[in-house]
Design a protein around this ligand. Structure first.
Ligand SMILES: N[C@@H](CCC(=O)N[C@@H](CS)C(=O)NCC(=O)O)C(=O)O
Length: 212
């Protein structure tokens, strides 16, 4: 029986895949391991009763294994790795912190209305650190092969590119060539193309947070 997974529907089009980076991370893991799955799109502003019954916290993604629904992308990815070890996506534990502050720095900068609050510089600092890491170890975080850290970062970098491009006309500095190549490599993978939210849905998802 195919694995079942609940992911976010687009906020402005509940019949299509939405803009949740944690949902995409779980989908990317399934795709990279070629695990068949059945996807349920959850309208976050009108969660179905059956979904709240299996997952009272109400967050996506949740995945069903052995008749049990499991929440949280960290837990989901660990269980998938355990049950389906090939191809391995695991990486040494010291790599789990690579790029781990990029998403929160991006959100702070995206929401910032004060150009002098240092939020842009804070994001650039995190992206520079990633660039340095990739220079030493790339093209992916753990070298030649894609790993779970990349699959966590990929949707976040996509949101960063789309949302900062749209709301602030901002792009990752050209000097960070390894980050640019990394994003290109991630975004062009078949798994990413199959699981990404369309740009307009990413923008619609962030709009209420940028202009509350
Ligand atoms: N730590 C969770 C975060 C999941 C999460 O925040 N999901 C958001 C969508 S991107 C959600 O379900 N929000 C709906 C809600 O909080 O009601 C994970 O990694 O899975």
């Amino acid at each position: 029986m195919a694995v079942e997974i609940c992911v976010k529907a687009a906020v402005d089009a509940p019949e299509v895949l939405g803009d949740c980076p944690f949902s995409q991370r779980a989908l990317l893991t399934l795709e990279e391991k070629k695990i068949p799955y059945k996807m349920h799109l959850i309208n976050i502003s009108q969660k179905p009763q059956w979904f709240l019954e299996v997952n009272p916290e109400g967050k996506v993604p949740v995945i069903k294994f052995d008749d049990k629904w499991i929440a949280d992308s960290d837990v989901i990815v660990a269980i998938i790795e355990d049950k389906y070890p090939n191809p391995s996506l695991s990486a040494p534990s010291e790599l789990s912190s690579v790029g781990s502050k990029i998403f929160s720095s991006f959100v702070t900068f995206l929401k910032s209305k004060d150009p002098s609050d240092g939020s842009e510089q804070a994001l650039v600092k995190e992206l520079k650190a990633l660039d340095e890491h990739l220079k030493a170890k790339g093209p992916y975080v753990n070298g030649e092969n894609i790993c779970a850290v990349d699959l966590s970062l990929a949707p976040k970098l996509y949101h960063l590119e789309v949302a900062l491009g749209h709301f602030k006309s901002w792009i990752v500095p050209e000097s960070l060539t390894r980050v640019h190549n990394y994003m290109k490599a991630l975004f062009s993978r078949e798994s990413f193309q199959k699981t990404k939210a369309a740009k307009e849905h990413v923008i619609a998802g962030w709009a209420p947070k940028v202009n509350p």
